[in-house]
Ligand binder design. Structure first.
Ligand SMILES: C[S@@+](CC[C@H](N)C(=O)[O-])C[C@H]1O[C@@H](n2cnc3c(N)ncnc32)[C@H](O)[C@@H]1O
Length: 268
């Protein structure tokens, strides 16, 4: 069941999502919004979007805002997406040095496929017991639950190179049939935290050698892109790399990074 939404209702919810997450929904996304929220209205016993707006903005239901954001974010991702970036990563990993931790941040991690892809590459180069760690963050809580479990449908593994699949993934048996689990020896290097990149003066989450910020800037307008990238730069080590998605660019967004090649930038 999908409730009709009028222009005023759509504009209010759209602006709420923009204020929180920085995500811009065009008029063409009306169907997407109603498609994703209508079940929630039914579950709450509400009969229109005016009622839902009141509900979600009522301080008595503060947790509903997170629920709404979880439903309205687009979380598409897969292992080894845009594989050139992982080839690039292999090239910039320095040889392991005593006492030096190599740190990578997947800053819009979704269900974790990007973070675990990075983990496979680092484990291969630096060793399963090597000095490396990965942080995955996302605004959506529901995707992070899956990311922490590290369990996926087998069908999602088709882009994982067979050698990595064999080395780093466990095939589910019996009731886990049809799934794969990322091996604990990789999972122990990876942690996930909820983090909204669209806030003024975001807390510093660490110092990273490489930050992946892929396929999220496409949802943002220019001021939001500028704010988000400015939030990330203090977390990038001097000489560290920031990588964006193949349809994204930091042209006109920051002067603090210099382009290395399309979609790859370096902090000087
Ligand atoms: C399309 S997925 C990209 C996943 C992965 N980086 C990739 O390239 O495959 C975009 C992710 O960005 C997250 N996102 C959207 N707005 C965000 C914000 N303001 N702060 C943090 N994450 C956000 C969404 O929840 C979603 O999981």
């Amino acid at each position: 069941m999908s409730y009709e939404i009028n222009d005023t209702e759509f504009k209010r919810l759209r602006s709420l999502l923009y204020d929180i997450a920085g995500i811009t929904l065009t008029d063409a996304k009306k169907m997407l919004l109603t498609g994703r929220l209508s079940k929630r209205l039914v579950a709450l016993g509400l009969v229109n979007y005016t009622q839902y707006f009141k509900y979600v903005t009522d301080v008595a239901h503060a947790e509903e805002l997170q629920f709404m954001v979880d439903l309205l974010t687009t979380n598409e991702t897969y292992f080894f997406r845009e594989p050139q970036h992982f080839e690039f990563l292999k090239q910039v990993i320095p040889p392991a040095k005593q006492g030096q931790m190599f740190r990578v941040w997947s800053a819009a991690a979704s269900v974790g496929a990007e973070a675990y892809t990075i983990a496979m590459v680092l484990a291969d180069k630096l060793g399963e017991g090597g000095a490396w760690e990965i942080l995955g963050t996302d605004i959506s809580n529901s995707v992070l639950e899956q990311a922490r479990r590290g369990q996926y449908r087998l069908a999602e593994a088709d882009k994982i190179p067979p050698a990595y699949l064999k080395k780093y993934c466990l095939k589910g048996k019996n009731e886990q049939e049809g799934t794969l689990l990322i091996d604990k020896k990789l999972r122990q290097h990876v942690s996930f935290e909820q983090l909204n990149l669209n806030v003024e003066r975001m807390k510093k989450v660490g110092d990273f050698d490489v930050i992946f910020l892929r396929n999220v800037l496409i949802y943002f307008d220019i001021p939001t892109k500028q704010r988000v990238v400015a939030n990330l730069i203090p977390c990038l080590k001097n000489g560290g790399y920031l990588i964006v998605g193949h349809s994204e660019s930091l042209n006109g967004i920051t002067n603090a990074l210099s382009p290395v090649k399309p979609t790859v930038y370096r902090r000087l």
